[in-house]
Design a binder for this molecule. Structure first.
Ligand SMILES: Cc1ncc(COP(=O)(O)O)c(C=O)c1O
Length: 366
């Protein structure tokens, strides 16, 4: 136990200690970008499903009795929604990424990943039998060099369509053109922070490319705990890829299925996001994004990094802003690169525009 005490005290000395804090103040932190986590229609659907006797637990792996009509209905619905041949629902996005990267690349394959890729992909790569190589963030030339270098292998490329801590976009079309040229490569696009917001009716930034070219060399992941407001991860891919995951992915096979209610609510949320209500929420969020970009810079998405540099400074500013009634948290390494500790301002369509201005004014006075 002494070892852990020492490590924890070292983390405290470095301003890297993490602790759990309940939400408090105006939400400038959550990923509930479209307010779906508190949507009355979703609440109503949950109550109705419970009143109608939906089972609470799935009570088994999907491959045993845990596969319910709600999971099946969601996956069928998601096929139409994301124009995918087949989809597979996981309990969360982390495990979906882990499942993809541990199951698909074999030991002769190579994974190329963006330097800012999410921890869930990193964990999957770490446990994979394939070798993995990093390319500089959004650097197409660096990616092309690596593709040339590993031409003889099947290559899996891991990118996000909107990066989780910087809020900037991948050049999806350029990456897609590149991998088409190389042939022997599959692009895995994590749409975690794009789903619900960007692309046609919020179907993700890869949606248009997919509608044109199909899923032959693309796999997408739509996490369901951010703009969708529920929880889960929907993998969209060619039918053979999904069937392979069902047969080979250990997190899928050896785990209890997500609660049926979770699947039902994800579907309900997608329906809302495809409606006028969803469109309105996207419109409101996008106008907040422009306002925030004018005030704080950044890439113009709903994720606005306010980079402060040192960990101690980020902690100090976050704490002072929390005292002023804003729920904003400091993000420190290893989540972000050394020297780029920051406030991660996260916008939601539920937010009033005035709050952004007040927040900016309060920040300036610090
Ligand atoms: C880019 C990205 N991928 C995957 C995940 C994991 O998704 P989930 O929160 O559903 O586990 C996250 C969560 O922060 C993320 O930012």
């Amino acid at each position: 136990m002494q070892l852990f005490t020492n490590i924890l005290s070292h983390l405290k000395d470095q301003n890297r200690y993490r602790s759990l804090n309940l939400p408090n103040g105006i939400d400038l932190t959550s990923n509930d970008y479209l307010g779906m986590a508190v949507h009355p229609l979703l609440r109503e659907s949950a109550i109705k499903a419970l009143e109608n006797g939906i089972d609470i637990g799935a009570a088994g792996s999907r491959l045993l009795r845990g596969h319910t009509s709600h999971h099946a209905k969601l996956e069928k619905f998601a096929c139409t929604y994301f124009n995918a041949p087949k989809t597979l629902f996981f309990a969360n996005g982390f495990i979906a990424n882990y499942a993809l990267f541990t199951a698909l690349p074999d030991r002769h394959d190579v994974i190329l990943y963006d330097a800012l890729i999410h921890a869930s992909v990193r964990e999957g790569m770490r446990a994979s039998n394939a070798k993995s190589f990093k390319f500089a963030h959004n650097d197409i030339d660096a990616l092309e060099n690596l593709l040339n270098k590993h031409k003889g292998n099947h290559i899996w490329i891991a990118i996000e369509s909107i990066y989780s801590m910087d809020g900037d976009r991948a050049a999806l079309q350029d990456v897609y053109n590149l991998i088409k040229r190389y042939g022997n490569a599959t692009l895995i696009i994590d749409e975690a922070h794009a789903t619900g917001i960007y692309g046609t009716n919020g179907k993700g930034l890869a949606y248009d490319i997919i509608c044109k070219h199909g899923y032959d060399n693309i796999i997408t992941l739509h996490t369901c705990g951010k703009a969708i407001g529920v929880a889960g991860g929907l993998v969209c891919a060619d039918a053979n890829i999904i069937d392979y995951m069902i047969n080979k992915s250990r997190p899928f096979i050896y785990s209890t299925a997500p609660m049926p209610l979770q699947a039902l609510l994800v579907q309900k949320s997608l329906e809302v996001l495809d409606s006028d209500d969803g469109q309105k929420r996207r419109g409101k969020l996008l106008s907040l994004c422009s306002k925030a970009q004018k005030l704080f810079g950044g890439a113009g998405s709903q994720i606005v990094p306010i980079i402060l540099g040192e960990d101690e400074k980020a902690m100090r500013v976050a704490s002072a802003m929390q005292d002023k009634g804003y729920d904003i948290r400091a993000i420190r390494p290893p989540t972000v690169p050394q020297g780029s500790a920051r406030l991660r301002l996260s916008l939601s369509s539920n937010l009033d525009e005035d709050i952004l201005q007040n927040f900016a004014d309060a920040l300036k006075t610090l």
